[in-house]
Design a protein around this ligand. Structure first.
Ligand SMILES: N[C@@H](CCC(=O)N[C@@H](CS)C(=O)NCC(=O)O)C(=O)O
Length: 220
């Protein structure tokens, strides 16, 4: 892997999505450098500024630039799948097997995070911590939706004794979930009724690639 030129991972110190990509790169031992951006439209340093919009016209992190292939990706799902296709030829982080059901299981949990649990947690965070005007209706709605997602995940984790989201092995799907689920306290949510989620989170957070991913973006 040493002949690989470092990829550039565009990130923010707190935004959850870039950490997933860092976890995959760490696990696969693909070298990368982190470029930090601020939220806002500062022309030089902001994710909505002219410089970053040339990399990602949607103005959000992560984005991933690969000097080895010239490929630029953004949206964490696209970045993760790019990394798996190019740097995980043996499928260490992919579906449990090539059987169609296993491939679909991988994709359904990946999409559940990307389209449902992640956005619901994101909106809970927003209405709990950032919205300038108090809006209890919106907060209640997104808290309920986040807990509904937790209910689904809690039950599903019984199948693996809470060791991994896809029974059989830790995959990129676990990396997708970790940065969002870990925000439960910041979102004002509790895991008291979710022992499987709490167990899974602790186990994933104990993994070396997960710890190193956070260090690489946030510092030690
Ligand atoms: N669906 C996208 C969302 C990316 C996203 O929401 N990024 C956040 C940080 S985690 C961001 O850049 N927010 C800045 C903004 O919205 O201005 C993904 O999965 O990558």
């Amino acid at each position: 892997m040493s002949s690989i030129k470092p990829l550039t991972l565009h990130a923010h110190s707190t935004g959850p999505n870039p950490f997933k990509v860092a976890m995959a790169l760490q696990y696969l031992q693909v070298p990368y450098e982190v470029k930090q951006w601020q939220f806002g439209d500062d022309a030089e340093n902001g994710v909505k500024g002219t410089k970053f919009l040339q990399i990602n016209e949607n103005g959000r992190v992560p984005a991933l630039e690969d000097p080895n292939t010239g490929v630029v990706s953004w949206e964490s799902g696209a970045c993760m799948n790019y990394v798996r296709r190019v740097y995980d030829k043996t499928g260490k982080l992919g579906p449990v097997s090539n059987a169609e059901q296993d491939v679909v299981d991988f994709e359904k949990w990946e999409y559940f995070l990307l389209t449902t649990l992640g956005p619901m947690m994101g909106q809970t965070n927003w209405f709990r911590n950032y919205n300038a005007t108090k809006n209890d209706d919106a907060l209640e709605r997104y808290v309920a939706q986040s807990y509904r997602c937790f209910d689904v995940l809690e039950k599903h984790l019984e199948k693996s004794s809470a060791e991994s989201i896809l029974p059989g092995k830790v995959t990129a799907v676990d990396y997708h979930f970790e940065p969002w689920v870990r925000q439960y306290a910041f979102a004002g949510l509790s895991l008291d009724k979710y022992p499987n989620i709490a167990k899974w989170l602790k186990s994933i957070q104990g993994r070396e690639e997960v710890k190193q991913a956070y260090i690489s973006i946030k510092g030690a």
